[in-house]
Design a protein around this ligand. Sequence first.
Ligand code: EPZ
Length: 420
Amino acid sequence: MDKIVIKGGQALHGEVQVSGAKNAALPILASALLADGTSTYRNVPDLADVGTMLKVLRTMGCDAERDTETQDLCRVGVNGHITPEAPYDLVKTMRASVVVLGPLVARFGRARVSMPGGCAIGARPIDQHLKGLKALGAEIHLTEGYVEATARQLKGGTVNFDVITVTGTENVMMAAVLAKGRTVMENCAREPEVEELAKVLNKMGARIEGAGTSVITIEGVDGLKPVEHAILPDRIEAGTLLVAAAISGGNVLVKRVVPEHLDAVVEKLRETGCTITAEAGGLRCQAPQRLEAVNITTTEYPGFPTDMQAQLMALMSVSQGTSVISENIFENRFMHVPELDRLGADISIQGHTAVVKGVKGLSGAPVMATDLRASASLILAGLRAEGRTDVSRVYHLDRGYERLERKLRGLGADIRREKA
Ligand code: EPZ
């Protein structure tokens, strides 16, 4: 297992480009199942999770490959016989594979997808995904750890989610586009990645309105066509890079972002004293002399994103004052706390809340990544810590960041990857 070695204390300067959004690429790759032929996607980040999704699609019989020449281009061909199944060994490595469920039932009338099981940050049930598919007429059976869903022909219906769920909204939306009649989905997730998926589906011939709001209306159509599409930039990677500038006391231009997708994050960073300005199709972050402690409450989009909680906690660990961070989306997303404390942070957990008492400085130590965003948080803390920080188990990082250490090195960080 690789590790990332950081010598802290370098203020980051320069400019860096954001890759395509992981959480848009995953459902969009799955949506290729809805059409016969080959769909082409650009700006697809080179991530472990994207590799897993391509493997899931190949396992079913798709030609799903990353182009060998053009690094960020992927093609998914749905031509021959498709076996509408996603096996446990793949789904357990990436629970987002569950987004193949909706397209498979809608297109092939049946799906056999392993229950994803929990993950480090929480139980992460899919009851809302199944509720939505049932509302469209699918028969659902749970056997031997698999979801078996069948439907000769899905019919439009009304789906009111009890919980706001990003992939739940995406799964049901992809099922509804080929259902007979109208579907109205209420209490939907409003994330930009949901809106991006709807944009792709509409380019394929679907008739979706309201994506990005909490009510989505879909008129079913008989069939969809393959698509060419460039994935939007990753707002969480962009936010992570802005925090890298802030925590290192630097000044960095993060290029290729959609500023409005980062409103809640930018607002918080400004509250800490950062100067954030729009520039050349990106956002520039100038760190302040004095980092003010701010309180953070994670909520669904457009609120402060749970995927940025660990990164802001690293920043708050060296702020002036005390920051109260409430994590309201996942029940176990504080695993970075004991690791940050190893670096000299002063953080205590009370249920869903972490109290972060800012300290003067951090000191480098060996720490262990426990999940994707926790690994980013530890790297950010390592940029600030005196001396050497070794972050182990960086396979977590590679799930969601495209060569982050190279991007940070390009900004002046003393950081390298060591093969285990
Ligand atoms: C998506 O996960 C993202 N992943 C996550 O990003 C992100 O943290 C999360 O949304 C919240 O924004 C992808 O898009 C691939 P949810 P998802 O369903 O869809 C509960 C990252 O770091 N829930 O919106 O799985 C659930 O337990 C990853 O990039 C149910 O109770 O999250 C959670 O508490 C991590 N029943 C809450 O809803 C359901 O049927 C939100 O989960 C579904 C969800």
